[in-house]
Design a protein around this ligand. Structure first.
Ligand code: CO
Length: 134
């Protein structure tokens, strides 16, 4: 069902500092920081030869990553994102096998303008999983 690893997301307190680390120390191709009001995060994308890294910094009062950073004050891996061909079909298959889909279960438009869903970390070895339609 799942295809390519689209990205690994890392939550950070200081996105400028984290972006500089990837650009200057690791020598990666790093995008500008983009505030995403609708998602409560500022994002930076780092393009690697085989996948991307998504840096996430909280934005606004109700950021979905605020609690994660309380528990992980140094930042840390927040989720992995796998590509799927048909997100609704993938959701229905996963639900039948007992996996929990977060929110109301309907795909939302994610940071790349494509439909996404999140799966409960307790059902996936303690890892928050994002599915993105290709
Ligand atoms: Co993501």
């Amino acid at each position: 069902m799942i295809g390519r690893l689209n990205h690994v997301a890392i939550a950070v307190r200081d996105i400028g500092k984290a972006a500089a680390l990837y650009r200057d120390v690791l020598g990666a191709e790093v995008s500008a920081a983009v505030p995403q009001q609708d998602h409560g995060v500022t994002t930076v994308f780092i393009t690697l030869p085989n996948t991307k890294i998504e840096l996430l910094e909280p934005l606004g009062d109700n950021s979905p990553i605020a609690k994660f950073l309380e528990r992980n004050p140094d930042g840390g891996m927040h989720h992995v994102c796998y590509e799927v061909e048909d997100i609704r079909a993938a959701r229905d298959t996963l639900k039948r096998s007992g996996a929990r889909v977060l929110g109301d279960g309907e795909p939302k438009i994610g940071a790349h303008g494509k439909p996404v869903l999140f799966l409960h970390p307790k059902d996936f070895s303690g890892t928050l999983v994002e599915l993105e339609q290709r």
